[in-house]
Write a protein that binds this ligand. Sequence first.
Ligand code: ADP
Ligand code: MG
Length: 280
Amino acid sequence: MSKPVLKISDLRASVEEKEILKGVNLEIKGGEIHAIMGPNGTGKSTLSQVVMGHPSYEVLGGEITMNGEDVLEMEVDERAHAGLFLAMQYPSEIPGVTNSDFLRMSKRARLEEGEKEQSLIKFINELDATIDELKIQPDMAHRYLNEGFSGGEKKRNEILQMKMLKPEIAILDEIDSGLDVDALKIVGDAVNSMRSEEFGALIITHYQRILDYITPDFVHVMMQGRIVKSGGIELMKKIDEEGYEWIKEELGIEDERVIQDEEKRPVRLDSCGTKEKLGL
Ligand code: ADP
Ligand code: MG
């Protein structure tokens, strides 16, 4: 397998007629771990949803390619087939579909033409071993996808999917929210265990907590729907110590949010049906 490359060029996108992404450029290659940091409301989740093809978002311009192929032309399942994976900030619940059925179906969708499906026994063994590694409760495999899972269980479950599906490029959106220190370490170890030339990752976070466990090679800061600063680990350390104010001052940014007249809210309403669960 050759080294995967996800390339995002001058990407602009809107939701509900509001422009959110205003020209994002980013290239992630196999072997690399990138982090996008930034306060709430700066467009980070929008970027991840647009890459995966969420229907609520409209692409206004720019390009996304995966291994040279036009991602914007692909359906969501074709994007997964091409090797892209998203661990969502607010994973959806799918009553009626068990976790293990979902994984089996998703793995099937990743098969190349003519490739034989893994035997059921091999699948079960792999699932059991991964559940064990992630210290997930064994009965979660047979429960409906994300239904009644705690915040931390949902996040671990996203990592279970990532490990089972073995994407080439994974985007992990706020994978650290709701995790205690033990779970953070497990998630960090799981991502580190996938590090290879055939795997690249984008970790989206607004704190650096998860980055204590996964050392990124590149760190980017998002504000007002753009990547406004990029660097290495030193950038992350400086943000950890000093916050984001110095970047805003340096760049003359007063309000870092994309939609500036919007009230600051801890979680935005999303369109995936999870808002009821969040009590919104
Ligand atoms: P971040 O992940 O950096 O916190 P988001 O990408 O979630 O930022 O949101 C950026 C802006 O886009 C916010 O103003 C948010 O309210 C708006 N937005 C994002 N997704 C939706 C959506 N599905 N419906 C309405 N507004 C949205
Ligand atoms: Mg977000």
